[in-house]
Structure formats: C-alpha cells, structure tokens
Design a binder for this molecule. Structure first.
Ligand code: NAI
Ligand code: MG
Length: 333
C-alpha cells in the first residue's frame, strides 16, 4: 500500500489535485490518500502557510502530490511562501523538471531534457534588506549543496544520454556562481568520469535552449536560473499546462506541477489537469510503479493526439472532460 499525501493548496490546485486523484484511483493501484492544508488560504485561516500537521503528513507519507500555492507579490508580515517553506524545511534539495516533446501543435521536435535545479539556496534564501531607496538581496552558495546537486545531475545523466550542462554566471559573480560552477565540475570529473560536463553561461544557455533544444540532455543550475529556464523549457514543449516537477530530498519527495495557482482561471473548471497528471507519473516512477507510470503517460499522449483539449491547448474541454478522457485512454490501453 502506498501512502500519498495530497496538498491541493490554492487556486487551480483545488481543481487539478482532485482530478489527478480520480485518475490515480482509476489505475487500481493500492493507494491510501491523506489530504493536508497549505498555502495562502491556509495562512488567511490559521496564520501560517504550512501547519506543523502538514509537515508531519508529508514526513509520514511515501510521497506527496501538491497542487499550487499563491504568494502575494507584496510583503505580508508573517507569511512564508508554502512550497519554498516546505522545500527548505524538509531539505528537498533537488528540483527535477523534465521537458520532452509531446504531440501538441507548436511543440519543438526531438526535445528530451531534464533541468536539475538546486532547490534550497541561491537567491531563494529570501534575505532582503531595504535602505531607503536601495534594496539588497543575499545569494547563498555552499560547497556542500553544490556537491550534492552535482551528484543528482550526474546520476540523472547516467540514466539518460550522459551529458550535463552546468549553467552559471561566474563571469559576473565569480565568488557565488563561480563556487557553484567549480564545485559541480569537480564532482562530475572526479566521481563520474563516464559523464560529460560542459559549462555554459546562463544567457547563452537561454538562447541555445530556444535555437537548439535538442542538443541538451541534463542541465544543472542554481535556484533562480533553474526557475526561469525551466519555464522556458516548458514553453518549448506545450507550456505550463503540461510541465511536471519533483522536489527530492534524502528522506521525502514532493511532486508538483511547474505552474502556479492561476488566479485568472481558478474556480471555473477549465484548468488543464495534465501537468498534475504527468507529475503523478513522476511520482509513480519514484514509488517504483514504472509500468503504471508508463501506461498513464501513454494515455496522456493519446488524449493530446485525439482530444479533447483544454483552452490553453486550443480546445474547449473542461478539467473534468479532459480527466475523463485520460481515464478512458488509460483503461483501454
Ligand atoms: P501561473 O502558473 O499560475 O499562471 C501563468 C499563466 O498560465 C496564467 O495565464 C494561467 O492561467 C496559465 N496556466 C497555468 N497553469 C495552467 C493550467 N494548468 N491550465 C491552464 N492554464 C494554466 O503563474 P503566475 O500567474 O505567475 O502566478 C500566479 C500565482 O501562483 C502567484 O501567487 C504565484 O506566486 C503562484 N505560483 C506558485 C507556484 C507553485 O506553487 N510552485 C509556481 C508559480 C507561481
Ligand atoms: Mg516558477
């Protein structure tokens, strides 16, 4: 029996998590679900965005599937962004974001790459200060965190095509970005002689991702660059409505779609559930349910080919209709 913690969160999280739960139930796998609260609405209700009970539920589960969490752009006293808080508190140091060609119009062909984003440091330590009209943010890079993310990237590359691009800005930030670059390069050269490591400056990387996305296998980078580039990568292969991710630590794993709470469409039943459904495929692989994961991914691809599609993909289907179509495609496979 797999114990899965569901955290719907805010906005369309409340729509795509129940949809994905229906799909997982239809697979017939032995799963018990528990549901936990986090996010902006939880903060408004309880004064904390991630209650202790939720952290304990995540610790206790074999895996967690999260929807999306709203963060206001202005500073709110006492508020911490839920997913960032969960990542840091549970030391979920590796954020994996695959991008692969899918059968949708406008999708780049031949793309199969994996972003490995350092998930605990960089600018995301969220230490900012304001001196009148000047504001300063800290960037933290440590050798130990750079070493462990290098190992995750190299292991990913080993299971794929054996190539890692280390993405950095060491030409401008030799102490911080430079420490990341040197450490990652060192680990891969010393411990993974079978893996090829290239270094690439982040701006050049952004252009090359658009011009020759098929030339990338694994990318590894610091927190903010990984955040930005992984949205770009998602845009090459069908958009945020299809993009999955995993937050992995040594003890816990929290899976979530790359997209946010989409307040512009929330509550209308039109969100694309596929990002969360393919995120659940990553979760099933993590739980070693490889056969079900592959069959479910196949069902998603068949729905992408024959419809019905939600609005973000040019169709008119509702969240429920698309979810039903995935279940039908799964069961007929
Ligand atoms: P967003 O990803 O929520 O939305 C960007 C655009 O993509 C919107 O037009 C939205 O309608 C569309 N979109 C996203 N997911 C979709 C789906 N499944 N189906 C159809 N269309 C979809 O990003 P945005 O607008 O920048 O942020 C909104 C809120 O979400 C903010 O409070 C932000 O902090 C939060 N956020 C949370 C994340 C997380 O929980 N990991 C990640 C990104 C943003
Ligand atoms: Mg993002």
């Amino acid at each position: 029996m797999h114990k899965i913690c569901l955290i719907p969160g805010d906005g369309i999280g409340l729509e795509v998590i129940p949809a994905t739960r229906r799909v997982l139930e239809a697979t017939g796998l032995p799963i018990t679900f528990i549901t936990a609260d986090a996010g902006w609405s939880t903060f408004e209700r309880l004064g904390t965005s991630v209650p202790t009970a939720t952290l304990n539920a995540v610790r206790d589960a074999d895996a967690t599937l999260a929807g999306a969490f709203t963060s206001p752009s202005a500073k709110v006293a006492g508020f911490a962004g839920a997913i960032r808080y969960i990542r840091r508190t549970l030391d979920l140091y590796a954020n994996l974001r695959p991008a692969k060609t899918r059968p949708v119009p406008g999708c780049f062909q031949g793309v199969d790459m994996m972003m490995v984003r350092e998930n605990t440091e960089g600018l995301y330590v969220e230490v900012e200060r304001r001196y009148g009209d000047i504001a300063i943010a800290d960037v933290k890079i440590s050798r130990s965190s750079s070493e462990r993310i290098a190992r995750v990237a190299a292991e990913q590359a080993r299971a794929r095509r054996g190539v890692v691009h280390v993405v950095h800005k060491a030409n401008v930030l030799p102490l911080t970005s430079g420490l990341f670059l040197d450490t990652v390069m060192d680990v891969i050269r010393r411990e993974y002689p079978d893996v090829t490591a290239h270094d690439i400056i982040v701006d050049a990387c952004a252009m090359k991702l658009v011009r020759e996305p098929e030339s990338f296998d694994v990318l590894v980078t610091t927190n903010l660059f990984g955040d930005i580039l992984s949205d770009l990568m998602a845009g090459l292969v069908g958009g945020l409505g299809l993009a999955p991710s995993a937050n992995l630590g040594d003890a816990q794993a929290v899976f979530e779609p790359v997209h946010g709470s989409a307040p512009d469409i929330a509550g209308r039943g039109v969100a694309n559930p596929l990002a969360t459904i393919v995120t659940s495929c990553m979760m099933l692989d993590h739980l070693k349910e490889h056969e079900t994961a592959a069959r479910l991914q196949g069902a998603v691809d068949r729905v992408l080919e024959r419809g019905p599609l939600t609005r973000d993909l040019g169709g008119e289907a509702s969240t429920e209709e698309m979810t039903d179509a995935v279940i039908t495609a799964y069961l007929e496979a």
